[in-house]
Write a protein that binds this ligand. Structure first.
Ligand code: COA
Length: 150
């Protein structure tokens, strides 16, 4: 698997990006501000993530997603590790990530990759998303913020 930055003229893999965030409007807005990375195997795009500079020396990992038929094979973890390496190479000192209170697997993945919970953005999803989101039988209401020092 090779991870590379998406070139300016290339289309972002919207089908994958929308797995991580159901709002096309929000995804498109992030793409204008962040750098999109794609993971490819034999020419197929199997994963994606976006790195968004937020504050000095701080970068946020957003929109990480793996093609559904490839879930559970370790690709997501490889992408998080790759994103951490790219952020360090850019000279960043802190990496942040956010996920829903209902995203049990994602919370596990991020903590296994060294992130610790830093805060809760209460009602983030109920304020910013028109549709209700349910995962694992839990309504997604709050954004769990996680971070790690690089
Ligand atoms: N409890 C404990 N650990 C769990 C878990 C659970 N419920 N669900 C996942 N994990 C762990 C796995 O065991 C694995 O850790 P390990 O390598 O130590 O065993 C780790 O989380 C990730 O597994 P991996 O196979 O690398 O993940 P993946 O390739 O399936 O990708 C996502 C993970 C989240 C990127 C993928 O599910 C996805 O694309 N989801 C849709 C988009 C999305 O939700 N993006 C995140 C938005 S915040």
């Amino acid at each position: 698997m090779e991870v590379r930055i998406l070139k300016k003229h290339e289309q972002a893999p919207m089908n994958l990006l929308l797995l991580a965030d159901p709002s096309r409007k929000i995804v498109e807005e992030y793409l204008t501000r962040g750098a999109c990375y794609v993971a490819e195997t034999n020419g197929d795009t199997v994963g994606v993530y976006v790195l968004l500079p937020t504050r000095p020396e701080t970068i946020e990992l957003i929109n990480i997603a793996v093609a559904e038929e490839q879930h559970g094979k370790g690709i997501g973890k490889q992408l998080v590790i790759d994103a951490i390496k790219k952020a360090k190479d850019k000279g960043c000192k802190t990496m942040e990530v956010g996920t829903g209170n209902s995203s049990i697997g994602q919370l596990a993945l991020y903590q296994k990759c060294g992130f610790r919970i830093s805060g809760i953005d209460k009602d983030f999803f109920t304020r910013h998303y028109a549709e209700e989101i349910f995962e694992n039988g839990i309504q997604c209401k709050d954004m769990i913020r996680l971070s790690q020092d690089l």
